[in-house]
Design a protein around this ligand. Structure first.
Ligand SMILES: Cc1ncc(COP(=O)(O)O)c(C=O)c1O
Length: 415
């Protein structure tokens, strides 16, 4: 039903800005160099992948870094390197991309979902602790949408319980906690270079660590266990081929030059939006943990439907009428509710060896993470990137304020 309010002039009459140009002469120069070397294999000591990794180590302050073909591959290599055993449990977030889960499942370990904080959308040390069992061998802490988990508390907990901590930083290039980049608080940190991330090589990933042994294992893990580092550990375990080529290394090396600018704009605008929106009754801007600095991969608010008198979907519809391309939530449902989990359809024939070996039943239809479910039911996602100006972000504020202040038409009032 179109109401009188719908017909008033919209706040925004032109689309929000597209992403600024992502690739230019810098990438091209390095790509030319890669091609002119007549060898695109990633192990050349002065090659493009090596230099990109050197840059990553400097930026993240980590002792070691290795490349992978994607963020999912980086995470799989990390789970493999961490030595997670068949049938062991790995705790992670229910609000994430399937890439956080793939490595756990392919290693024949068992994903266990801990709940998130309903304002940061991230795991907490308390929620992880509640999910720990004697079978827990690792935690994958996802820093969602550029915002840090309380990662020092989580790291302390994992250390105390002798559990490996893998940070999923796929959405969090440039995100910091207590002034340090995320990725270096746990045993291994994994980043994604897919086309939609802060930095892109089309597809690609990095693993960072300060532990030489884990580095060696992850390196082998990502390269068929071919022991390129000459550790005397050739073909000792089953490993996939997750290699990056010099072409991605070339683009990645250039991309690192852009990181600071990208993060600065996103951080400034995201924090400004938080401030502005926190004054609007019924609007819940994202909360950044104390000591945290977000690089806002996207911007996601929640609405208090009772207070506003309209539900989330109606709020989104009205924002759309104001010319704001808002979306409902991030992923449609917590990842444990997806058919692959609900039906445990991980391998051919519906057999799940991990569960069989564990001697226990893992029925994801019975999993409940109330905060995660509430977050996904009541959240609104807005795009935010380095192509935005304060005026663009200001239109978000104006439109949200206008919709929040518009009286509910009959029939849409919350019960
Ligand atoms: C939180 C998270 N983890 C892992 C991944 C996987 O990264 P990739 O797409 O590079 O495999 C993504 C990608 O969207 C992600 O957002």
């Amino acid at each position: 039903m179109t109401t009188a309010a719908d017909k008033q002039s919209p706040i925004r009459t032109k689309p929000m800005p597209a992403m600024s140009k992502r690739y230019d002469g810098r990438e091209l120069e390095y790509l030319k160099e890669a091609l002119s070397r007549n060898n695109l294999f990633y192990t050349q000591p002065d090659g493009l992948v090596s230099r990109m990794l050197q840059r990553a180590k400097e930026v993240f302050g980590s002792k070691y870094a290795l490349s992978a073909s994607s963020g999912s591959a980086a995470l799989h290599a990390a789970v493999g390197a961490a030595g997670v055993e068949v049938g062991a449990e790995v705790i992670t977030s229910p609000i994430t991309d399937m890439g956080s889960l793939i490595g756990i499942l392919y290693q024949n370990a068992i994903p266990v979902f801990a709940d998130v904080d309903d304002r940061t959308y991230n795991l907490t040390a308390q929620s992880i602790e509640a999910a720990i069992t004697p079978r827990t061998q690792a935690v994958i802490a996802v820093h969602l949408a550029g915002a840090p988990c309380p990662i020092d508390e989580i790291a302390q907990l994992c250390k105390a319980k002798n559990i490996k901590l893998i940070e999923d930083c796929a959405q969090s290039f440039g995100c910091r906690y207590q002034s340090r980049h995320v990725g270096g608080f746990g045993d291994l940190g994994c980043f994604s270079f897919n086309e939609y991330k802060h930095l892109s090589t089309g597809d690609g990933g990095i693993v960072v660590t300060n532990d030489q042994k884990l580095y060696g294992r992850a390196h082998n893990y990502a390269d068929k266990c071919y022991d390129r580092l000459n550790q005397g550990d050739r073909l000792t375990m089953l490993c996939p081929n997750y290699r990056m080529t010099e072409l991605q290394g070339a683009v990645g090396l250039a991309q690192f030059d852009r990181l600071e600018g990208i993060v600065k704009t996103r951080n400034t605008l995201g924090n400004w939006l938080n401030e502005q929106l926190s004054t609007i009754p019924g609007i819940l801007p994202p909360k950044i943990v104390d000591g945290g600095q977000s690089s806002y991969w996207f911007y996601m608010i929640r609405v208090d439907e009772q207070k506003l008198g309209i539900d989330r979907d109606e709020f989104v519809r009205r924002l759309n009428l104001e010319g704001i391309a808002a979306g409902a939530g991030y992923i449609e449902r917590p990842i444990y509710q997806e058919p692959v989990f609900a039906n445990r359809n991980f391998f051919g024939g519906g057999v799940w060896p991990a569960e069989k070996l564990s001697g226990r039943e893992y029925d994801y239809r019975k999993v409940s993470c109330p905060n995660a479910e509430k977050v996904l039911r009541t959240s609104i996602r807005l795009s935010l990137h380095e192509g935005f100006t304060k005026d663009d972000a200001g239109d978000y504020v104006k439109a949200i304020r206008k919709v929040a202040a518009t009286p509910s038409p009959a029939g849409r009032v919350m019960g």
